[in-house]
Ligand binder design. Sequence first.
Ligand code: GDP
Ligand code: K
Ligand code: MG
Length: 296
Amino acid sequence: MSIEKSGFVAIVGRPNVGKSTLLNRIVGQKIAIMSDKAQTTRNKIQGVYTTDKVQMVFIDTPGIHKPKHRLGDYMVEAAYSALKEVEVVLFMVSADQKRGKGDDMIIERLRKLQVPVYLVINKIDKIHPDELLLQIEDYQKQMDFAQVIPISATQGNNFETLMHELSEQMPAGPQYFPDDQVTDHPEYFVVSELIREKILQLTRDEVPHSVAVVIDSMKRNQDDKVQVQATIVIERDSQKGIIIGKGGAMLKKIGTQARKDIEQLLGDKVFLELWVKVQKDWRDKQTYLTDYGYRK
Ligand code: GDP
Ligand code: K
Ligand code: MG
């Protein structure tokens, strides 16, 4: 058998509804390795699901609910425009939470889409079936969903149904990724920009705009914490002291503030490690970074 159908599925929903948990179930393993392959889209490919007949590429759109930082508006627009190009959008909500402002904000945008939107009500293990019916009724009043699928991402209820319905929705298409590839990450550059922004804000005019931040690695741990290692590259030794600060105070401040923004961006806890390096030819590296496809 070979792949006959393929397509993209976007998962949207406010934080903690269970998007990562579902993705982990989809890829059948904890996402621990992120490749450094370039991506042109601003939305991270979170998981690839491959059977003998169909390949579905799941993208997470973390920018949707967090338009707070400098790249915010751009991220939100990019996230929503990406939704036009997928085969299905999964709008995920949590069965044990009432519809809130965050949900309404997303629904408002989803209503304008031409692509089918599935309402995925997660965490049904936490509630009584009567409550579930009320939830479904409430959401169906907000917009027309192509499907309503209640699931439990942790227990696995209805998971097969969801995968089956999605597979049915996929058009004829090629295999985009090799069988064994489950994830890919394009967000290096935005993460490096967030760190660079903090350096410029906190050191003011003492460090020139030519400072570069290179992401050495980005890995997701077993507990879903994202581990980021980055190097701040400067051109002169004199700048090193400014960035590190007295007893490392400045570097710590940069790290703390950047970490908070990165957490907002990714929607997960982040462990950030920063190094400082003097290197006169860092511009080569910056060229390398633009290869990641990020364009403001
Ligand atoms: P995300 O922010 O949307 O990616 O949400 P996560 O996948 O990180 O899940 C947030 C929390 O909800 C975690 O503690 C999960 O273990 C929990 N969770 C996710 N799915 C379910 C579910 O189906 N049932 C229950 N009881 N908890 C769940
Ligand atoms: K989370
Ligand atoms: Mg998550």
